[in-house]
Design a protein around this ligand. Sequence first.
Ligand code: SF4
Length: 214
Amino acid sequence: MTKDLPDTNAIADRITDGLKRVAAVMRSDEWSTAQAMSITPTQLQILNVLEGRMRGLRVTEIAAHLGVSQPTATDSATALLRKGYVEKVAGVDRRSSLLVLTVEGRKALRQAGRAENATRDAVEELPAAEQEELLVSLVRVINTLQEAGAVPVQRMCVTCKYFEPHRHAGKQGPHHCHFVNAPLRRRDFRVDCREHEIADPDTRAATWGSLQTG
Ligand code: SF4
């Protein structure tokens, strides 16, 4: 007679436990990469957040993006300024300054991109269809988190003013990116696109509603 496994906890709890394990590996990878660059993981995260943001970001925006306190973001930004990886530029209103990457900062990030990444390697082991499902599920989870205010709005297709859901017939290219004026498949969804421009809240809600239907 077969026995059912005891239902120790709900599947959502077990997925959350799994994500914690993956996050631990990612943190370890980040430590190694940052150590090789003689910076801290928070400083590395700041360089990654600034990458592709030509206008730059305020320290308060960086702190919100990383989920760290403003003093922590300020200390890390000061260290990066000293190393010459970032510089300050005047904001549009001239009352506040923004941080942007320098050429040195970009060069350092390119080197970091070549570092070992155990999580990416593990994801690449999955069949293509499972990678796509994982990407779409992650986009859904991140979108729910940002709509709940748990994270700032991310540079994802589903929040972008250039994104048009279900523009094309067929599975290959049902969506559309108006920035490059090309079809966009689910597996092409971006999670941190440098061309992203945020859509207004009504458009974001309409896009999300449309995506729930297919
Ligand atoms: S610009 Fe980037 S984020 Fe926006 S729809 Fe195109 S690929 Fe997606």
